[in-house]
Design a protein around this ligand. Structure first.
Ligand code: NAP
Length: 305
């Protein structure tokens, strides 16, 4: 039921973050409109079957986006970024800025933009984080109620092939005793639904979001428990970090505390009480992907970046 609410326009609804947001907004009773590139794709069809109004277009179709914003209350803005090799950092900034500009032009009441927890007062030197800092700054200068969310590392990232799970080990950025915050993608939508429900509380705010804090040793214990066989943990070796600039930069940011996350989980639970711990995620919605990773060899997608 829409309760007389105006729509929210969701970008990237066939992807991780937008999909989570579309699901949570529908659950909260918002009519949801989504810009999709291919309305015939299985994910688009699933969205339509769930009640989402589909508009065909891409980030480059300014006129389509402008028309799609007609009469909407809010916009959820997410863009793909450079490490996946699909867009450049410049593209990401252009798309993010254009969506914000069009939101102002069409009288959207509230925009929620999803950034990254690595974004802060200083640039990181990594294109896909600094692009988000630029989009944040652009939105901050516009006359619109805006909320920035800064998500932690997605739990889903940890079960992508290439981190060694198929070989009974797990290599990641953190040292064994180092803390890193994680976020279940499913929880992103819950935060965004809470934000759209209370623009007075969240308008003009930047909210770092996470679901759990773990160390490398926690990951070892929780992966071992979930797999039913030993999974050992170690940080990426010096050789790997030496050979891979992308991984090395991420590891440096973690060591500097800029990627570790500093979200206040207790305060976040007051917004979204049922945040998923990594353990509960592994046993629940992450279970299938974890099982698949245990049986899948391969290099991480950005292994040669
Ligand atoms: N914190 C983390 O651990 C973490 C992890 C991964 C990503 N991220 C960040 O999250 C952002 C990406 O979000 P995501 O993971 O939700 O993305 P995703 O799952 O890769 O989905 C991307 C979405 O954008 C759509 N899209 C791509 N190019 C488009 C275009 N030209 N026009 C219109 N729509 C387009 C895709 O549609 P189609 O279905 O048509 O492809 C899809 O819906 C990136 O900026 C990245 O840096 C953060």
């Amino acid at each position: 039921m829409s309760d007389g609410k105006q729509s929210i326009l969701v970008f990237g609804a066939t992807g991780q973050q937008g999909g989570s947001v579309a699901t949570a907004l529908l659950k909260a009773g918002w009519p949801v409109r989504a810009l999709v590139r291919n309305p015939a794709s299985s994910k688009s069809v699933a969205l339509r079957n769930a009640g989402v109004e589909l508009v065909e277009g891409t980030f480059a179709h300014t006129d389509v986006i402008r028309a799609a914003m007609n009469g909407v209350h809010g916009v959820f803005s997410v863009q793909p970024s450079s490490p996946g090799g699909v867009v450049s950092d410049e593209d990401e900034v252009c798309f993010g800025a254009a969506i914000a500009d069009l939101s102002v032009e069409t009288g959207v009441k509230h925009i929620v933009y999803t950034s990254s927890n690595a974004v802060g007062d200083q640039l990181t030197g990594m294109g896909h984080f600094d692009s988000k800092a630029r989009i944040e700054a652009h939105i901050g200068a516009l006359p619109i109620t805006a909320t920035i969310i800064r998500p932690a590392t997605f739990m889903e990232m940890l079960v992508m092939p290439g981190f060694g799970l198929d070989e009974g080990r797990f290599n990641f950025f953190a040292k064994p005793d180092q803390r890193i915050q994680l976020l279940a993608v499913e929880d992103i939508g819950k935060f965004v639904a809470a934000i759209f429900a209370d623009p007075v509380r969240f308008g003009g705010k930047t909210l770092e979001i996470a679901s759990d804090t773990v160390t490398g040793r926690d990951l070892e214990a929780q992966f071992t428990e979930a797999a039913g066989r030993p999974i050992t943990y170690a940080r990426f070796s010096d050789e790997v970090l030496e050979a891979n600039h992308f991984l090395r930069k991420l590891t440096e940011l973690l060591d500097e505390g800029r990627l570790a996350g500093k979200a206040d989980l207790d305060a976040l639970r007051e917004i979204t009480p049922d945040l998923q711990s990594f353990r509960s995620w592994l046993a629940g919605s992450g279970r299938e992907a974890f099982r698949e990773a245990l049986g899948t060899a391969g290099a991480w997608a950005y292994g040669h970046a």
